[in-house]
Design a protein around this ligand. Structure first.
Ligand code: ADP
Ligand code: MG
Length: 634
C-alpha cells in the first residue's frame, strides 16, 4: 500500500505536508470522525483527497457552491483521477447515468450539492456504493451561528443513516466555538477528533486606519512599495471607478467583479498573477482559487460584513509568510453606512416573496413547473423592469439560493434566440412586400429547424455571413420583425444564471423560509456588531481580537498591528507647532481641502488632520461649504 507522502508526491508533486495535514489524514485513515479547522489556503482539500486515494471505494464530498465543486473536480481530473460533480440543473436521466458510473466505473470522488441528497434516487444509489469517506467541505454552512448558514446542509446527516459505517470529516476555516459545537452536533460526529491549527498569522499586520479621503490614503499606501496587492470594494461600479483612479495616479491596477465574462475574469486574474498589473481592485467575488503567495497588502475600502469574511479576505496577504499588511480604511461616515445601508439591504420576507414572484413572471413559469431548469437574465434589466432596488433584490436572490429554492450564479452569457410567430405562408407574403428582410429571414430558416415551434438559439455571425449583412444590420432587421409581430427575437447579454431547484408554488415555497429569513437578519446584525466592535476597539491588539473571536485562548499581542504600533510617532507639541506654522503659511494663499494641504506639506496625513481639527475647534480656521479650510481672519 502506498503512503500519504507517496500520494502527495505522485499526484501533487509536493515534498512535504503543511501543518496538521498529516495528522488529519492519519486520523481519517484510523476511521475516526474528524473536524479539521484550517485557515483558508491551509490546504484542506488534500486532507480528504489523500485518504480517499489510499483506500478502495469512493469518497463523497458535500460542498455548497457549484463553482467550488467544479474547480476541485477539474483539478482532480487534471491529475487523471476520476471525479464528478452532481449539482443542480442536471436532468434526471443524466443523474441516473452518473450515479451508475460511481458504482461501476471506479470513480474516486463524487461531489454533491446538499440539495441533491433530498432525492430518493441519489439516496438509493449511495446505499449501493462502496464509500470510503464522507467529506463535508465548508462545514460551517451547517451551523446557523456561522456566517453562511444553508438550511440544505442539515440534509447531510442523512448520509449517516445511509452509510452508518463510514467516517466523516468536516472541514472549515470558521472556528468559533458555537459553530464547532453545532457542526459536531448536526453531523452527529462520534469519537470526534478536532484538529485545529492556530489562526495566528505572525507576519500579517492588521490595521484599521482613519482616512478622510480614502482614495488618497490608498494611493499613498500603494505607492510606498511597488508590490502586489488586493483592494476590496463593495460594488461593481466602485471596482471600475477605483481602477480608473489608480491608473490615473500611475498605479497599474485592474479590476474584477462577478459580472465579467469568464474569459475576461481569467484574463485579468492572469495579468495580476503575472504582475503585469500590480493591484487588483475587486468585490468579494474575487477570492476563490486565488493562491498568490506574495500579496503584500489587502486593503478594505469599506467595512466588511463579518469578521469571518474579513479574516479570509485579509488572509490573502502574505501567504509566503513574509511581512504583509491587511488594512481597513474607515472614517466617520462608514459606521452609519454599515448600520443603516447594510441592514436596510437585508431582504425581509415580503421582498423575498416579491423577487420570487417576479422571477416566475419574468421567465413565464407556470405553477408547479420550473424545477431543474436553467434560466438566464440580465440582473440590472430585471430590476429595472420591476422597479426593484438592486441590492435588496440581489440579497433576496442570495437568500433564495441559500435556502435551496434556486441556485443563483453570476455568469456571463449571450443569448440570441428566435421563434417565428407567423406561418410560413404569411412570411412568404411579408417578404414579398418587404424585400429588405428577405436575405436575413431566409438565412435563419435555412440554417435552423424548428423556428416555428419554439425559440431556437441562433448565431448572428453565421446568419449575417449567409445574408451578406453585418451583425448589427441583421440584429436590427430581426428586432424590427419582432415589433411587427412576425417573430419573437431575443438578443440579450446575461450575467446571471438561475436554476430553480423546486417547482413554482408561490407562497407554499416561501412560507417555510420565514423563520430562516428572520434568523438570517438576526445573525447578520450580530456579525455587523462584531465588525464595528473590531474597528472601534483600540485597546486590544487587532490580531488578538480576531483570534479570540475565533475561539483561541492564550493569545498574545502581535506587536505589528495598528494597536500595537500606533501611527509612527506620537504627535508632540513641537511637531504640532511646526505643522501649525506650515498650515497658516499655506492658507495665506487661499483656501485648501485637507487633501490639498496634506499634498503640499510633508507631514503624515493623520497629523495634519489632527492639527486642522484643533485649529477649527480653536476658531482659527473655518471650513467653507466646499470643504476647504480657510483662515478665519481673512
Ligand atoms: P483550503 O481549502 O484550506 O482553503 P486548498 O485545499 O484549496 O485550501 O489548498 C490551497 C492551496 O495550497 C492549493 O493550491 C494547494 O495545492 C496548496 N497546498 C496544499 N497542501 C500543500 C502542501 N502540502 N504543499 C504545498 N502546497 C500545498
Ligand atoms: Mg477549501
Amino acid at each position: 500500500m502506498s503512503s500519504p507522502e507517496a500520494i502527495l508526491k505522485e499526484y501533487w508533486g509536493f515534498d512535504s505536508f503543511r501543518p496538521l495535514q498529516k495528522e488529519i489524514i492519519t486520523q481519517i485513515l484510523h476511521k475516526k470522525d474528524v473536524l479539521a479547522l484550517l485557515p483558508t489556503g491551509g490546504g484542506k482539500s488534500l486532507c480528504f483527497q489523500i485518504p480517499a486515494l489510499l483506500q478502495p471505494g469512493i469518497c463523497i464530498v458535500v460542498s455548497p457552491l457549484v463553482a467550488l465543486m467544479e474547480d476541485q473536480v477539474k483539478a482532480l481530473q487534471a491529475k487523471h483521477i476520476k471525479a464528478m460533480a452532481l449539482t443542480g440543473g442536471i436532468p434526471f436521466k443524466e443523474v441516473d447515468t452518473m450515479l451508475d458510473n460511481c458504482i461501476y466505473a471506479n470513480y474516486k470522488f463524487l461531489y454533491l450539492s446538499p440539495e441533491r441528497l433530498q432525492q430518493e434516487l441519489v439516496q438509493e444509489r449511495i446505499k449501493q456504493m462502496q464509500v470510503n469517506l464522507i467529506a463535508v467541505d465548508e462545514a460551517h454552512c451547517i451551523s446557523q451561528w456561522g456566517h453562511d448558514f444553508r438550511p440544505a446542509y442539515l440534509n447531510i446527516a442523512l448520509l449517516r443513516e445511509l452509510k452508518p459505517e463510514v467516517n466523516f470529516v468536516g472541514l472549515t476555516a470558521t472556528a468559533t466555538l458555537p459553530v464547532i459545537t453545532d457542526i459536531a452536533k448536526q453531523l452527529e460526529l462520534k469519537e470526534l477528533k478536532v484538529l485545529q491549527k492556530s489562526f495566528s498569522r505572525e507576519h500579517l499586520a492588521y490595521m484599521v486606519r482613519e482616512a478622510e479621503d480614502k482614495n488618497y490614503y490608498l494611493e499613498q499606501l500603494l505607492k510606498e512599495h511597488q508590490e502586489s496587492g488586493i483592494v476590496y470594494v463593495r460594488t461593481r461600479k466602485a471596482t471600475i471607478e477605483l481602477e480608473q483612479y489608480l491608473l490615473k495616479k500611475g498605479i497599474f491596477a485592474t479590476s474584477f467583479h462577478g459580472g465579467l465574462t469568464k474569459a475576461e475574469k481569467s484574463k485579468r486574474l492572469d495579468q495580476w498573477l503575472k504582475e503585469e498589473k500590480r493591484i487588483m481592485v475587486a468585490t468579494s467575488a474575487f477570492g476563490m482559487g486565488i493562491d498568490k503567495p506574495n500579496v503584500r497588502s489587502v486593503v478594505h475600502m469599506n467595512l466588511p460584513e463579518s469578521l469571518e469574511s474579513y479574516f479570509q479576505e485579509a488572509g490573502r496577504a502574505g501567504r509566503d509568510g513574509k511581512p504583509a499588511k491587511a488594512v481597513i480604511l474607515t472614517n466617520k461616515s462608514d459606521i452609519p453606512l454599515l448600520k443603516n445601508q447594510f441592514l436596510a439591504t437585508l431582504p425581509g420576507v415580503e421582498m423575498v416573496r416579491l423577487v420570487y414572484r417576479k422571477l416566475n413572471t419574468f421567465f413565464r413559469i407556470a405553477y408547479g413547473e420550473g424545477e431543474s431548469e436553467d434560466f438566464y437574465l440580465n440582473f440590472y434589466q430585471f430590476c429595472q423592469k420591476y422597479e426593484l432596488n438592486t441590492l435588496l433584490a440581489y440579497n433576496a436572490m442570495l437568500l433564495l439560493d441559500r435556502a435551496s429554492v434556486l441556485s443563483f450564479s453570476e455568469q456571463f452569457q449571450k443569448k440570441t434566440r428566435i421563434q417565428f410567430l407567423a406561418s410560413g405562408k404569411q412570411i412568404g407574403f411579408y417578404l414579398e412586400a418587404n424585400p429588405q428582410f428577405d436575405a436575413v429571414v431566409k438565412a435563419v430558416l435555412r440554417t435552423y429547424g424548428g423556428t416555428f415551434d419554439a425559440p431556437v438559439e441562433i448565431n448572428l455571425q453565421v446568419i449575417s455571413g449567409k445574408a451578406g449583412t453585418t451583425v448589427q444590420e441583421a440584429t436590427k432587421l430581426l428586432q424590427q420583425l419582432t415589433k411587427e409581430g412576425i417573430a419573437d427575437f431575443e438578443h440579450d447579454q446575461h450575467d446571471t444564471k438561475i436554476t430553480f431547484l423546486v417547482p413554482r408554488e408561490d407562497d407554499v415555497t416561501i412560507n417555510p423560509l420565514v423563520p430562516y429569513i428572520k434568523l438570517q437578519e438576526k445573525t447578520k446584525t450580530e456579525k455587523i456588531r462584531q465588525v464595528l466592535a473590531y474597528v472601534e476597539n483600540d485597546r486590544v491588539c487587532k490580531s488578538e481580537q480576531l483570534l479570540q473571536y475565533f475561539g483561541e485562548k492564550n493569545t498574545s499581542p502581535c506587536g505589528i498591528c495598528s494597536v500595537c504600533q500606533p501611527l509612527n510617532t506620537k504627535l508632540d507639541r513641537e511637531g504640532m507647532k511646526k505643522i501649525y506654522f506650515a498650515i497658516v503659511e499655506l492658507l495665506q494663499e487661499g483656501a485648501y481641502s485637507s487633501r490639498e494641504i496634506t499634498e503640499k506639506l510633508s507631514f503624515p496625513e493623520p497629523h495634519v488632520i489632527k492639527v486642522l481639527q484643533l485649529l477649527v475647534e480653536k476658531d482659527a480656521l473655518t471650513i467653507t461649504t466646499n470643504k476647504k479650510y480657510k483662515l478665519k481672519h481673512l
